[in-house]
Write a protein of this length. Structure first.
Length: 98
């Protein structure tokens, strides 16, 4: 069973099959096979994708034919950190070791 979190309406959907290229969210009708719903999506990564073999996708909010698509199950957008995580990483980066 595949679980996918819809970027548009923030609802989670259970599918008995792999997310197809033209799959739509049953709650809001938005495309599900999009970069913003993929676990590899990361704004900070090259081409905004952590999968090095994936081809560049111009519109991250529209369905695409990426073979590496792997739906994210979490409510938080892929590649995003909450404020506490960001502060912790920044402190570690600038920490002085004498």
């Amino acid at each position: 069973m595949n679980t996918v979190h819809c970027h548009q309406c923030s609802k989670t959907t259970q599918l008995e099959h792999k997310v197809s290229f033209r799959e739509e969210c049953p709650h809001c009708g938005s495309d599900l096979h999009i970069c913003l719903n993929c676990r590899f999506y990361d704004k900070a990564a090259y081409n905004e994708c952590k999968e090095p073999s994936a081809e560049r996708v111009g519109d991250k909010e529209r369905n695409n034919y990426c073979e590496y698509f792997d739906p994210t199950e979490k409510g938080k957008k892929s590649g995003s950190l909450d404020r506490a995580e960001q502060l912790k990483k920044a402190e570690a980066l600038f920490k002085k070791n004498f």
